[in-house]
Design a protein around this ligand. Structure first.
Ligand SMILES: *Cc1c(COP(=O)(O)O)cnc(C)c1O
Length: 228
């Protein structure tokens, strides 16, 4: 069943790319394994998935340990990270998708042993419940990272609002792309900012049409499997 889900999603990625004349190779599927156990995640890896994500530090560490026989898998932390947990996780991951404060960046700087690919989280929709910088805060924040050698801003990340229309969701994703282009155009060496992490099970097709280069998909991959 996982194999069928994966095939279907890969086809949908290709179809969305074709619609807007993009190369599917530009889009990385990040499999969000937070709702399944390690054995289920392993089935997906056996199908060739190379990028896995968790939103909690303890669960990521556990999965990574359980799946140590798959050293090619890249691990992405996609959830909010508390400063006191940075030292536990920061040298265990390949990519962090939710950089949302200068204090967190400074703690990463202190604890990381090598530069880490990070996405800065942007709260495009302005919902009070969401983490991330407002569009106005974004460029000053990225400028403030210039001396932090362990932080490489590879791109921007956002979450679409829940219960929104396709039109509203597109607008959020389109705005993130404009912000990405703005930051990229500044030519910061610490912030090449070429990537866009946006789109989940419900909206990854819209996200791809709007320029996503990393989509974070959970539920759609594990439909009809046991949930943990
Ligand atoms: C859970 C989660 C996802 C995946 O959501 P699905 O709807 O299960 O595809 C993506 N991004 C973040 C930040 C998440 O927490």
């Amino acid at each position: 069943m996982i194999a069928d889900n994966l095939l279907k999603i890969e086809q949908e990625i290709q179809d969305s790319c074709a619609l807007v004349h993009r190369d599917p190779k530009e889009v990385t599927l990040v499999a969000v394994t937070k709702s399944v156990d390690s054995a289920t995640a392993e089935k997906l890896i056996e199908q060739g998935v190379k990028n896995c994500a968790e939103n909690r530090v303890d669960k990521l560490l556990q999965k990574k340990q359980d799946l140590v026989n798959y050293p090619d898998v890249k691990w992405h932390l996609i959830g909010n990270l508390q400063r006191r947990k940075v030292k536990l996780i920061i040298n265990e991951i390949d990519c962090f998708h939710a950089l949302d404060s200068l204090k967190l960046a400074e703690e990463i700087q202190k604890r990381a042993t090598k530069p880490l690919d990070c996405f800065v989280e942007v709260n495009v929709s302005g919902e009070a419940s969401k983490h991330g910088f407002s569009p106005e805060e974004l460029v000053p924040f990225i400028e403030s990272l210039v001396a932090l050698s362990k932080i490489k801003v590879v791109g921007l990340m956002t979450m679409a609002p829940k219960e929104a229309s396709a039109k509203q969701i597109r607008k959020v994703f389109g705005t993130l792309k404009e912000l990405r282009d703005l930051v990229h155009s500044k030519g910061f060496s610490h912030a090449p900012c070429t990537e866009l992490s946006m789109g989940m099970s419900q909206d990854f097709q819209l996200a791809i049409e709007e320029g996503a280069t990393f989509i974070r998909v959970g539920t759609a991959l594990f439909k009809d499997e046991e949930e943990q």
